[in-house]
Design a protein around this ligand. Structure first.
Ligand code: BG6
Length: 504
């Protein structure tokens, strides 16, 4: 398909294919991946697919189908389940036990795939989805290669989607890229970041480049600072042992928030071609002013939640959570002050923060514009106007709000902030597809724009890793903050341009 059409058109039915999910007995498969494939079928974006689950556990096809059906029933965007559609999909769902370290089992997988494809008259296109712990990404890919399952041809195609996290620091990301590239060509690799599949994140591109009024102001002449927030009410839930090693900087910032930052700050690409877009995103990451050694404490602040109350419910502190060290120094809150050293953004601070156990779930970008240059109405009247703010709400309550100063009706000149709002829900009245629907469809269509490229991932780790190194050597612990608050009060000191953190 013509690449531009493949990206822009809604009618993007990919060629029939087999989706092979490694880690098929895990939660992601049941909650997200298979419901996404089901919704794509329901909305006729897919013609024919087979789904093959591959995990260590022994499971029959029927037991696997049953498990997935429960998943669709409970988690699908569109419910209740359409029985006749599910009944037509179920026969092409199969399960094959695979020990990821055993090359012989990959040869068996190959034989099984050939039989399944013959049975369902599928042409041999394969999308391998690695929904496994990262420690087995490399062995799976190596074994796929040895079994001859990922030849680089396009007809039939073999592509590999790799879940996060892609590395835990610069060295591990480089090593993983190296191992993956020994088997696959970059164009076969789809490193997933589900934030890029969110409608509102994609709308950042449309908002910036399909309109002409914002781009002339999108620079240091007009923008005073930018705040990007990724706040969650959730704690670490059942994932204490994972989170202990990860921390919020790895879990949310290196991937999701940096992707949002890149789309907000990048230069206009010359085309909507995957590499043109990813080149520009990578340039943003490369232009981030490094924060290393002693500087880390001046530009990065970490916190950890103590017990408190979130959405009216009493919750435990991080150190009391299951599988968390009672003396843990893992951060559940992080705030960063970033500089982007390029022509457009010189001198404009980008403040990023992400945390667990905040008062509400919200992801937003707030662009704070400079105040009007001349205080025509006098300092006193204009003092409480902080300048126009454009808040792009990624989730929930998706939309865009522009705050303006307006005259309060009456004989005097009184000025008050008012807002102009666009809301997805009221403007379109349709439900957006889930991130995984969009991303699976793109991967099946061979459309990598919304996936991270190898050099891009390395560029983000190149910035993040020195922060972890400095923390590892530091004597200090994260600042405590009460669960249900907006984070440690000390975080205010990071904002040096007279601004405060927003409480969206
Ligand atoms: C995941 C993180 O990648 O993103 C989770 O591992 C986090 O800790 C989640 O909760 C947030 O995603 P979303 O789409 O709910 O904002």
């Amino acid at each position: 398909m013509n690449p531009l059409r493949a990206q822009l058109s809604a009618d993007r039915t990919p060629a029939p294919a087999t989706v092979v999910i490694f880690g098929a007995s895990g939660d992601l498969t049941k909650r997200k991946l298979v419901p996404a494939l089901y919704n794509l079928m329901l909305e006729r974006h897919l013609s024919r697919i087979a789904i093959v689950g591959a995990s260590r556990s022994t499971l029959s096809d029927d037991a696997f189908r049953q498990r997935l059906e429960e998943g669709v029933d409970a988690y699908s965007r569109r419910r209740p389940i359409d029985r006749s559609l599910w009944d037509s999909m179920a026969p092409s769902i199969h399960y094959q036990p695979v020990d990821f370290a055993d090359p012989a089992m990959f040869r068996e997988l190959k034989t099984r795939l050939e039989a399944i494809e013959k049975e369902h008259n599928l042409p041999g296109n394969r999308l391998f989805y690695l929904s496994t712990p990262p420690s087995v990404f490399a062995p799976i890919i190596r074994n796929l290669g040895q079994a001859g399952l990922v030849n680089p041809g396009e007809d039939p195609f073999a592509r590999v989607v790799i879940e996060k996290p892609f590395g835990t620091d610069l060295a591990s990301a480089q090593s993983l890229n190296h191992q993956v590239h020994q088997v696959l060509e970059e164009r076969q690799i789809y490193r997933i970041d589900h934030y890029l599949g969110k409608e509102t994140v994609q709308n950042l591109l449309v908002f910036r480049y399909a309109n002409s009024i914002f781009e002339p102001m999108w620079n240091n002449k007009y923008v005073r600072s930018v705040q990007i927030t990724g706040a969650e009410t959730l704690g670490v839930e059942q994932r204490g042992s994972y989170f202990e090693k990860a921390g919020i900087l790895r879990d949310m910032v290196q991937n999701h928030l940096f992707q949002v930052l890149c789309l907000a700050a990048m230069e206009p690409p010359a085309s909507f071609d995957a590499d043109a877009v990813r080149d520009e995103k990578t340039k943003v990451l490369k232009a981030l002013r490094p924060v290393t050694g002693r500087d880390v404490d001046d530009f990065v602040l970490r916190g950890q939640y103590t017990k408190g109350s979130v959405l009216g419910r009493d919750v435990a502190g991080y150190r009391e959570e299951a599988n968390v060290d009672p003396e843990s120094r893992t951060e559940t809150y992080v705030a960063l002050k970033l500089g982007i050293d390029n022509w457009r953004w010189a001198g404009v601070p980008f403040y990023l923060r992400s945390a667990k156990r905040m008062p509400k779930k919200v992801t937003e970008i707030a662009v704070h514009f400079r105040p009007a240059p001349h205080r025509l109405f006098g300092d006193a009247r204009m003092a409480h106007l902080e300048g126009n703010v454009l808040a792009i709400r990624i989730q929930p309550d998706e939309g865009i709000t522009l705050t303006l100063g307006s005259k309060v009706p009456g004989q005097a000149i009184e000025i008050a902030p008012v807002s102009m709002e666009f809301r997805y829900a009221s403007s379109f009245g349709v439900e957006a597809p889930e991130a995984y629907e969009r991303l699976l469809l793109d991967a099946l269509n061979g459309e990598p724009t919304l996936f991270t490229r190898g050099d891009e991932v390395e560029a983000s780790w190149r910035f993040i890793t020195p922060i972890h190194e400095a923390w590892a050597e530091s004597e200090t612990a994260p600042f405590p903050y009460e669960a249900g608050s907006w984070g440690p009060p000390e975080a205010e000191a990071l904002l040096t341009d007279g601004m405060m953190w927003r409480k969206p």
